[in-house]
Design a protein. Structure first.
Length: 173
């Protein structure tokens, strides 16, 4: 069987809950059932599951661009309960947009050697797109399901889907 990896990007309270610091809007809630279905398939032995979790320090310089969010140890920085990781799943904390920046994601993927990487989560135009770009730079076969990604800006969302398809070669379906 072909090895596959599912990456779930930043499905955190601060992005998905209406009370979150950087709520991505109702579109972020609409993708939960789809991601839950994909997660269930992977949990049945379909492949590896990786959660990317924004995890900022209280004084992170990113807060000069965005409101304070996903601070380590806070409610806002927790993965939403609907998608709670299981003990055999990998959670990678990240401090920047790409899941590769100063993390062990590259090594985790090299060790598993997936033939395909499916990317879901928020925000399409920021952390999803930057992670997909870095996957493309490492020659992974990437799938981005439209039903599995959301953004707070509909124009940027559509731009990001086009860019991931046209520039990075991701299969956007």
């Amino acid at each position: 069987m072909e090895k596959k990896t599912l990456i779930i990007v930043d499905m955190l309270n601060d992005f998905v809950d209406e009370n979150g610091a950087l709520y991505c809007g109702p579109e972020s809630k609409k993708i939960i059932p789809f991601i839950t279905e994909r997660l269930a398939e992977y949990r049945k032995g379909r492949g590896q599951v990786i959660f990317l979790q924004d995890a900022h320090d209280k004084d992170d310089l990113e807060f000069q661009k965005f409101p304070e969010h996903a601070v380590v140890g806070t409610w806002g920085g927790q993965i939403i309960c609907e998608l709670a990781p299981q003990s055999n799943e990998i959670v990678i904390s990240k401090k920047r947009y790409s899941g590769f920046y100063r993390t062990n994601l590259s090594q985790v993927l090299r060790d598993f050697m997936p033939k395909q990487v499916e990317v879901t989560g928020v925000c399409t135009s920021i952390c999803v797109m930057d992670t997909v770009g870095d996957l493309a730079n490492r020659d992974y076969n990437v799938i981005v399901p439209r039903k599995g990604v959301a953004d707070f800006d509909s124009e940027f969302h559509l731009f990001a889907l086009k860019r991931m398809s046209r520039l990075y070669g991701a299969e956007v379906k």
